[in-house]
Write a protein that binds this ligand. Structure first.
Ligand SMILES: NC(=O)c1ccc[n+]([C@@H]2O[C@H](COP(=O)([O-])OP(=O)(O)OC[C@H]3O[C@@H](n4cnc5c(N)ncnc54)[C@H](O)[C@@H]3O)[C@@H](O)[C@H]2O)c1
Ligand SMILES: O=P(O)(O)OC[C@H](O)CO
Length: 433
């Protein structure tokens, strides 16, 4: 007798399996015949059969089981669930986007489109912070608000009209109950400094960080979600996944992961971001999602070095495997309570690592670094044209942290990547692991 019982769900709307999808499989053995009794709600009851047709039935049963599991791992119908109460007098939620680079603009587009479709629950206007720049002799805010395109960071992508570019930081979050942080990580402190003025952040507001990086101070390391939470005294989730901004903005199917501290946060952020072509899975692992997004940028540099050395797919795959292992082990060691499954099962883990090592900006710049030997600043300026490289700073921060913790020997790929990037180590020494 064997039983296949699906695990109990952790909570609704989170990657898990519903108990209603459980399949019980019971074999009844006899001397003359092998008959089996299958009980499955998915197939509508109990069936008796002989050895002859058993194989076909097991295949059907397993296919149905997998289909049921797949359906059950998606949030049941979050758009129909009532959202947690808004802290605003209007009773509606109001979303603000802090950042308008390529990723900030792509996320703002999705959020504004979703919100326009739910006028009973959300204030229609979504403000997006734009650091003023001149584009064709006009202010970028004016260009975005008149052409509905971010000509600087995401040209050719039409933005919804309810997305409004605003130049003053404090005005962007005025009256906002849901705040999305999506500036390159080196600029977060400046932004938070402005928001710490009393009265700027609405009491009861919540945040999500879509920034990929970590905060290191000597022997301390923390996520940006934790930094935002501490500085502003509001809960902060983390959004990360296999999400190259231009592909997301062009509405090519992909997934993302949102690590949320509470069920209410997961319902709200799912409502803001989930879309047909941008499928959101929520998990109860803010640290794991944050660390996956930060550390993959270090591995992406190593993958770019492989490209720069003109090595093939085997070597790239080895770097991805070793990188994923170091990412998961680093997170488990320094962020106890985070989940291994975030790295193995979620878009924030293995999927992001694959996309970033094959089509990302960090890998592209790292390849050029090996080919030309130019300084990182020159490569960033020439290849990214105003976008920001994140992996080099993270490689440096992670390396310094490991040195202060005396743990460099445990993370050889992170260390060799740093040394190739900053200490003139010969590229082929990357593999001395
Ligand atoms: N671009 C992507 O494909 C992508 C995808 C997922 C996550 N991310 C992450 O999102 C975060 C933001 O990246 P992005 O792609 O939106 O930005 P970006 O790389 O396009 O950089 C441009 C942004 O940086 C801002 N900026 C430049 N100089 C600044 C300064 N001195 N002070 C404040 N802001 C300044 C610009 O105003 C603009 O908003 C990063 O942590 C990145 O890793 C990016
Ligand atoms: O272009 P990268 O290397 O910054 O990566 C972009 C995204 O993080 C991929 O998910």
């Amino acid at each position: 007798m064997s039983n296949i019982i699906a695990p109990t769900p952790q909570r609704p709307g989170v990657s898990s399996v519903s108990s209603s999808s459980s399949v019980q499989l019971e074999d009844k053995m006899s001397n003359v015949n092998i008959a089996s009794t299958f009980t499955t709600p998915a197939l509508g009851g109990e069936i008796e059969m002989t050895r002859f047709d058993r194989k076909c039935h097991v295949e059907t049963l397993l296919t149905s089981y997998v289909d049921t599991l797949t359906a059950a791992t998606r949030p049941p119908s979050p758009l129909a669930s009532p959202l947690p109460t808004s802290p605003l007098a209007s009773g509606k939620h109001k979303v603000a986007i802090v950042g308008s680079g390529s990723w900030g603009t792509a996320l703002a587009k999705i959020a504004a489109e979703n919100i326009a479709a739910r006028p009973d629950e959300f204030e229609p206007e979504v403000r997006m912070w734009v650091r003023e720049k001149q584009v064709h002799g006009r202010n970028l805010t004016e260009v975005i608000n008149t052409t509905h395109k971010n000509e600087r960071y995401l040209p050719d992508i039409k933005l919804p009209k309810n997305l409004v570019a605003v130049g003053q930081l404090k005005k962007v979050v005025e009256g906002a109950s849901l705040i999305v942080f999506v500036v390159p990580h080196q600029f977060l402190h400046t932004v938070l400094f402005e928001f710490q003025t009393p009265g700027v952040i609405t009491p009861g507001a919540r945040a999500v960080s879509a920034i990929k990086g970590v905060e290191v101070n000597g022997t301390d390391i923390s996520t940006f979600a934790a930094l935002i939470e501490n500085k502003l005294d509001i809960p902060c989730s983390a959004l990360s996944g296999a999400n190259v901004a231009l592909e997301v903005a062009r509405e090519q199917f992909c997934e993302t992961t949102i690590g949320c501290p509470t069920h209410d946060d997961s319902l709200l952020w799912h409502a803001v971001f989930n879309a047909k072509k941008f499928q959101v899975q929520t998990v109860e692992d803010v640290s794991g999602v944050s660390l996956a997004g930060a550390l993959k940028n270090v591995v992406a540099l190593a993958a770019g070095f492989v490209d720069g050395m003109k090595l093939g797919g085997n070597t790239k795959a080895a770097i991805i495997r070793i990188g994923l292992k170091e990412m998961a082990e680093f997170t488990a060691e320094f962020f106890p309570g985070s989940q291994l499954s975030t790295f193995t099962n979620e878009s924030a883990g293995v999927a992001d690592l694959i996309t970033t090592c094959t089509g990302g900006r960090n890998a592209k710049c790292a390849k050029d670094f090996i080919r030309t030997g130019r300084p990182w600043e020159a490569i960033e300026r020439d290849l990214l044209k105003g976008q920001k490289l994140q992996g080099t700073a993270t490689a440096e921060e992670v390396y310094n942290f490991l040195v202060t913790r005396k743990r460099t020997h445990a993370y050889p790929l992170f260390v060799q990547t740093y040394k190739v990037a900053f200490e003139g180590l010969a590229p082929d020494q990357l593999f001395e692991l």
